[in-house]
Design a binder for this molecule. Structure first.
Ligand code: 5AD
Ligand code: SF4
Length: 439
């Protein structure tokens, strides 16, 4: 028997969906009377909310567990309980208990059971739950508490696309949309708790459906009417689910921010086919033309993988050409990482690391160049900035532009204020702004 934990810390890795899940787990434990502490080493219970998307992310979990276990050696009953949540928990299950001797393993669809699992672990019973129950966990979670000005709201989970490199369909399961009314209620609760911006989350958020004929754009148009909600964003989207209604919403709905994260992964049609992406380079570019026609100032973002099995130099050059054609405002790019159980992991012609390193460098140079260019083109624009936190310097505040750029400004602004500014100076990762300009 261990004493029941009184304090906890949640450490989330990976995507924004994990950040959201981490917040919900924290709320769940707070509702049990436990207190959150910032320092994981000082907590009675540490929840590692893990990511399995690339090998590096997974290895980080095991090194973190190793560090925690070392810290707790010799601390007897004062040793923290370790719970592994998230996608590594889902993928590895009992293997983690065996390999890393943690106390609790809980998958992304089962974390509403965390309090019971912690109690089981304290009582010395095996505490593992990686079920994907038909009934959603959301109904079993406590109401949203105080949140920052920019909040996440998961509306859709899972993926049916089965891109050949990706573990998500296995760890997060099939595509499931949360009900319309539950989402609207949670959005209102978030606004009541202080949110001015909501980012709708899903592994394929633009595949959200109410089961009849309503899509993400209908949800956005409804959320747009919530008093006090100034900004709506959504991420991450699949090109094949980019309905005309959603594109139109970018033209019509003022609170829908001019930003679209639309992963393409590669520029070669042969590679895209081998990835099972079900779009071509050209169909992606034509889709972006339609998006830009609806919202000319939209900032575009994407994800890229270099060194997918069999990718030739010429095929990689097509990715660079695609980047040149689009002019991304920002993007994420990764070396291909073979994931056990995915089709691509068993494909021949895996690309040597040195080649991937070189391609990634070339791609990131191009993406960084375009990001700086986008920021430089923004100089002189007036826009609203949502103040999210204090900056590093005294009196400095940090906020986000409509195009998701980080903006630094000084002045007596409060966190959560929407301030009209003029952008004055651009760097690669942020801009400076002033409120002192002639309008
Ligand atoms: N290797 C490298 N990158 C990957 N991603 C997904 N799976 C892998 C993998 N096996 C990237 C994709 C995806 C983003 C979330 O992570 O670019 O869009
Ligand atoms: Fe993974 Fe592809 Fe699904 Fe995105 S669309 S989560 S990359 S399988």
């Amino acid at each position: 028997m261990k004493p029941a934990p009184k304090t906890f810390a949640v450490k989330s890795f990976g995507c924004q969906m994990n950040v959201y899940d981490g917040e919900r787990m924290a709320e769940l434990m707070a509702a049990q009377g436990m207190t959150a502490v910032a320092d994981a080493n000082a907590a009675d219970l540490v929840v590692l909310n893990t990511c399995h998307i690339r090998e590096k992310a997974t290895e980080k979990v095991f090194s973190d567990i190793g560090r925690l276990r070392k810290d707790r050696a010799g601390r007897g009953e004062a040793a923290p309980m370790i719970a592994v949540a998230g996608c590594v928990a889902q993928a590895e299950g009992a293997e983690i208990v065996r390999r890393a001797k943690v106390d609790v393993v809980v998958g992304p669809q089962a974390y509403h059971n965390l309090p019971r699992l912690v109690a089981d672990a304290a009582a010395g019973t095996a505490a593992l739950d990686t079920d994907m129950p038909a009934a959603s966990k959301f109904g079993a979670l406590p109401a949203r508490r105080k949140v920052g000005p920019s909040a996440f709201l998961t509306v859709q989970e899972g993926c049916d696309k089965f891109c050949t490199y990706c573990v998500v369909p296995y760890t997060r399961g099939a595509e499931v949309s949360r009900p319309f009314a539950a989402i609207v209620d949670e959005a209102k609760a978030l606004v009541d708790a202080g949110a001015r911006e909501i980012t709708l989350l899903g592994q394929n958020v633009n595949a959200w459906t109410d089961g009849d004929d309503r899509g993400l754009h209908d949800l956005i148009r409804t959320l747009d009417r919530i008093p006090g909600l100034a900004r709506i964003r959504y991420t991450t989207s699949h090109p094949n689910d980019m309905a005309q209604g959603l594109i139109d919403a970018h033209r019509d709905v003022e609170s829908l921010m001019p930003f679209l994260h639309l992963p393409v992964q590669a520029g070669s049609d042969r590679v895209l086919k081998a990835m099972n992406r079900s779009h071509t380079c050209d169909s992606y570019l034509r889709l972006l033309d339609r998006v830009r026609a609806a919202r000319p100032d939209i900032a575009l973002s994407g994800d890229f993988i270099v060194g997918f099995p069999g990718e030739t130099d010429a095929e990689f050059a097509e990715t660079l050409r695609l980047v040149d054609a689009v002019g991304y405002a920002q993007a994420f790019s990764f070396k291909y990482s073979p994931r056990p159980g995915t089709p691509a992991a068993d494909m021949g012609d895996q690309i040597p690391d040195a080649v991937m390193v070189n391609r990634l460098q070339q791609l990131q140079d191009a993406l960084n160049r375009d990001q700086l260019a986008f920021n430089e083109e923004s100089v002189g624009r007036t826009c609203e900035v949502l103040i999210e936190r204090n900056g590093k310097l005294p009196g400095q505040k940090l906020g986000k532009s409509p195009w998701l750029q980080s903006v630094l400004l000084s002045g007596e602004h409060r966190i959560g204020d929407l301030v009209t500014v003029q952008l004055t100076e651009a760097g690669p990762n942020s801009l400076k702004a002033t409120t002192n300009f002639a309008s």
